[in-house]
Design a protein around this ligand. Structure first.
Ligand code: ATP
Ligand code: MG
Length: 647
């Protein structure tokens, strides 16, 4: 039986209730992470169906990912409200095209295809342009941006110049490629993802009977993560709505992380102006994260105490800062902490490792997999499924077959030679585009595995290396239903975990090296905000000073970490200890900044010099009573590998 109104709205706080219970019409929730925006729209939908007699099939709820849409449907079903359409923009559009297109066009719908690269490659060859796969990926992304921004090939060049975009090729060349790409697709009878939205909008705008039928069917619209809507999606939304205004949007401008792809928070911020009758609600209570995590999030977006989020959960452990000497050290430190959490009863599914680029996943896939801990990768292919890695594996197998290349005296060199056939050069990290850099990084990760093997077993040759890779690949392909989540920051949006590890927080990775303009750097900062705010209780921020053990210490910690540490009390990390945990301060409980708050690892060691008598040797928070005698606080693991923190 469906729950009564009291139950549906009673599970919300007064502001959430105001939004969920607002009359049918425009509603906008503008609020930070973890304040219950998604929960509120779920309850609003249920309330509309149960208490206002709205047919569930009259509601179209749009989420950002298929998973989020599925979760919304599942949640509504468990509340006794089945039948609501919860979809992504693309899947809603595709469904409508399937239904109307045959009548509108008098023929079948062209085939939707998610892979654009082959068509872009054909377009490039038609124009006699030589483009590598990575360039093709960047060009495809650029055309995606153009289409999401509603630019035709003719409009592209001027708009790209005006927006200051850095592109792999001159704008006029891209404009010609864009036109050729459209032609190639048309001839092949296929649609890309943007076409689905463009055709849907055009179909509704140009055929009044389609508009009438669709609008009779869908009367109420809800959009989650509205800060990341782009012009094209907005156009589809407006086509669905017509002149009606039963639209509820929720979003957080601080979480705009797709502006590189044409998304803009301006629709969210302008909502009240565009819909004069709108109910606008702001939420400030963060139900997800501890005060320690919320303090960091607030600092990251430079919120004042008056404008920042207020944590509802009780205080937990202070965020931990892990500075490591090398990337393998960092992965080992993270895995060790994951194991401690698992031993203490945290289910693997409530733990996540989040990173900036897909290429960073390999180190963690390997370290976590080697530790026998189940994991799954979100938002990207598993390492050994990536195109360049598959190619490299083929080359390496080929090299093993031609026996003369198996030179045990320099395994890493032999691998570098083989990767040379893919134009990979260990000395030229990608300074170019994102895709190029990612490709370089993926191959560099393979090369590092060869270096690791050579260090472990100096006699190992190519054949052993290929066998080891095959082993790792086989492990990766084990289907995982439950496990530690490995995800890019982008794909982590909207989700939450008890423990979150934000890894690889170095300059060049976050912000990514090619984020050059202030706007691009701000988007990187927002990504970190998204990462920090995924954590409910445990938050670990880690980085390493060099890639390889004993390597040159070239990389500094991310500039954003400077903004996060408290400035009071002199030089942070005065303990002067290198290795895991340099002792940067993280904010502690409410009303306390820095001193009472966590100091990680090394700072705990130098506590004798601080004002507080005893500090937790794990997180560095101030201790009293039995906890002081034990030397660690209740919030921290007790069976920690002391070496990890006190090296
Ligand atoms: P994000 O910006 O990250 O998408 P959000 O604003 O959508 O966050 P939700 O995911 O809806 O936030 O909620 C965050 C967590 O807080 C969830 O676990 C949710 O169940 C819980 N929560 C939200 N509101 C309440 C409430 N009134 N009472 C208890 N728990 C709540
Ligand atoms: Mg949400």
């Amino acid at each position: 039986a469906a729950p009564a109104a009291d139950d549906l709205l009673g599970a919300l706080d007064p502001e959430q209730r105001a939004a969920a219970g607002a009359p049918l019409g425009p509603v906008c929730i503008l609020a930070g992470a973890g304040t219950g925006k998604t929960r509120t729209i779920t309850h609003r939908i249920a309330h509309m169906v149960v208490d206002r007699g709205v047919g569930p099939d009259q509601i179209l709820a749009v989420s950002f990912t298929t998973r989020a849409a599925g979760e919304l449907r599942g949640r509504l079903r468990s509340m006794g409200v089945p039948g609501v359409q919860a979809r992504t923009f693309h899947s809603a559009a595709l469904r409508q095209l399937h239904y109307f297109w045959p009548t509108v066009a008098g023929g079948p719908l062209p085939k939707p295809e998610s892979s654009k690269i082959p068509h872009m490659a054909r377009a490039a060859s038609r124009l006699r342009l030589r483009a590598e796969r990575t360039e093709l990926r960047d060009l495809t992304a650029e055309v995606e941006w153009a289409k999401a921004t509603l630019l035709s090939p003719a409009d592209y060049a001027a708009a790209a110049a005006a927006s200051g975009r850095e592109t792999a090729m001159p704008a006029d060349v891209i404009a010609r490629l864009y036109a050729a790409y459209e032609e190639v697709k048309r001839e092949a009878g296929v649609l890309d993802m943007e076409d689905l939205l463009l055709l849907t909008a055009a179909m509704i705008e140009e055929h009044s009977w389609v508009a009438t039928e669709l609008r009779a069917r869908y009367r109420h619209f809800v959009v989650d993560e509205y800060q990341d809507v782009n012009m094209l999606q907005q156009r589809v939304l407006e086509a669905w709505l017509g002149d009606r205004d039963s639209l509820c949007v929720v979003g957080d401008p601080h979480q705009t992380i797709y502006s590189f792809a044409g998304a803009s928070p301006r629709y969210l911020l302008d909502f009240a102006r565009r819909h004069q009758a709108a109910t606008v609600v702001r939420l400030v209570r963060d139900y997800r994260s501890t005060p320690q995590v919320v303090a960091l999030a607030n600092r990251l977006v430079r919120a004042s105490p008056a404008t920042g989020l207020v944590a509802v959960p009780t205080p937990g452990p202070a965020p931990v800062w892990l500075e490591c000497d090398s990337e393998p050290d960092e992965a080992a430190a993270v895995v060790s902490r994951i194991r401690t959490l698992l031993n203490r009863g945290t289910p693997a599914s409530r733990i996540a490792v989040l990173y900036r680029t897909n290429a960073q996943s390999e180190a963690y896939e390997a370290a976590i997999g080697a530790g026998g801990i189940a994991y799954l990768v979100r938002g990207g292919e598993k390492f050994f499924a990536r195109a360049e890695v598959v190619k490299a594996m083929q080359l390496l197998r080929g090299a093993v077959r031609s026996a003369d290349t198996d030179r045990p005296e320099g395994l890493a060199d032999a691998v570098a030679d083989a990767l040379g056939a893919l134009n990979w050069n260990p000395r030229t990290p990608a300074t170019g585009s994102g895709a190029e850099r990612e490709r370089w990084e993926n191959l560099a990760a393979l090369h590092r595995l060869a270096e690791d093997l050579a260090a472990r077993s100096p006699q190992a040759g190519l054949a052993e290396f290929v066998a080891e890779l095959a082993d790792r690949a086989a492990h990766e392909h084990l289907p995982t239903v439950e496990g530690v989540t490995l995800s890019t920051l982008h794909a982590a949006k909207g989700l939450e975990w008890d423990a979150v590890f934000l890894v690889g927080l170095t300059e060049g990775t976050l912000p990514l090296v090619h984020a050059r303009t202030p706007e691009q750097v701000e988007e990187e900062r927002r990504l970190l905000y998204v990462g920090v705010t995924r954590a409910r209780t445990h938050l670990v921020l880690s980085w390493s000073l060099a890639r390889a053990p004993g390597g040159r210490r070239v990389r500094g910690p991310s500039r954003f970490l400077d903004d996060l540490r408290p400035v009071r009390g002199g030089r942070p990390g005065a303990g002067g200890v290198s290795g895991a945990g340099r002792g940067l301060g993280a904010s502690g409980g409410p009303g306390v900044d820095g001193d009472e708050g966590g100091r990680s690892g090394a700072a705990g060691r130098s506590a004798g010099r601080g004002r507080s008598a005893v500090r937790c040797r794990v997180c560095g928070c101030a201790l009293t009573g039995p906890q002081a005698r034990a030397g660690h606080c209740d919030g921290c693991p007790v069976d920690v590998d002391a070496a990890l923190y006190e090296r």
